[in-house]
Design a protein around this ligand. Structure first.
Ligand code: NAD
Length: 247
């Protein structure tokens, strides 16, 4: 790490050199950080293990199958991790425990876009208000490109959990069509090259209330992830966008 006045230049490992990894590389270089290496498969790990040990931070946008091992390996090298990889919610508590026990640093966000995080805050507030209006039923729709591996999206799951925590009549989410009032429907659509669209829709017999976020490209996610890396450097704990943005 080099520091010039308030500016920090980080030595970054990019883990997962796919669509997001390449976008993160562009943004990190624009912000004058150094990319020590990129890791895109298991053999890259063996090749670059000495560079990993010299890193200030790792940014991982890999796959649901590789993320857990990647986090454990970065922890082993005492390298703080920023990750946006989705599809590992079932391992969340285990990794959080490991992070806190080992006094490591992990920053996870299901969505790094600032706009989406504003919508997360609105979603919570709206759900809190709609708890008093049972004439409205709520559902979520998310649309992504056809290569996306997980369904529903991590962002849709975050939106759903915030609704369930605020609306007493909703008990859990399902990723299918349902008429059961206690279930929150998440509809997942996979189509073309769509970066990410999320809608939360409240329907009554007389009107519809809808909040919607459309990501126009991947730059917003990549910028959020690099800003999270700059913020995380020197901190410990299991952290996320609420800590960074302080909403
Ligand atoms: N949180 C957010 O804001 C956000 C935004 C966009 C995408 N995502 C998520 O980020 C992840 C990556 O998305 P993408 O669109 O770049 O996917 P992608 O398929 O383009 O890239 C994933 C890359 O991971 C690599 N990989 C496989 N095994 C690996 C390993 N062991 N170590 C390191 N890399 C490995 C693959 O070779 C591939 O290049 C997905 O889980 C996606 O849902 C999150």
């Amino acid at each position: 790490m080099k520091r010039k006045s308030n500016f920090i230049q980080l030595k970054i490992i990019i883990s997962g050199y796919g669509k997001m990894g390449r976008e993160i590389e562009k943004i990190a270089l624009q912000r004058n950080h150094e990319i020590l290496c990129t890791i895109d498969n298991e053999s890259d790990w063996e090749k670059h293990i000495n560079l990993v040990k010299q890193a200030d931070i790792a940014i991982d946008f890999s796959t649901p199958n590789s993320i857990i091992n990647n986090i454990i390996k970065f922890f082993g090298a005492k390298v703080p991790v920023v990750t946006g990889t989705t599809g590992w919610n079932d391992k969340f508590d285990e990794i959080k425990k490991l992070c806190l026990e080992q006094e490591q640093a992990l920053f996870y966000a299901s969505n790094f876009s600032i706009g989406m995080n504003i919508l997360f805050a609105i979603n919570k507030k709206l759900a809190f208000m709609m708890n008093s209006f049972p004439q409205y039923d709520v559902k979520i729709e998310e649309t992504h490109h056809t290569q996306k591996l997980d369904s529903p999206s991590g962002t849709a799951i975050s939106l759903a959990n915030d609704i369930i925590n605020n609306i007493d009549r909703k008990e859990k989410w399902v990723n299918e069509t349902t008429d059961i009032n206690s279930l929150l429907e998440i509809k997942s659509i996979r189509s073309g090259n769509i970066t990410g669209i999320h809608n939360v829709i409240y329907n009554s017999n007389v009107d519809t209330i809808e909040i919607k976020h459309t990501a126009l490209n991947r730059t917003g996610f990549a910028l959020g992830a690099v800003m999270a890396a700059e913020w995380l450097y020197g901190k410990k704990g299991f952290l996320g966008m609420n800590d960074l943005l302080n909403f």
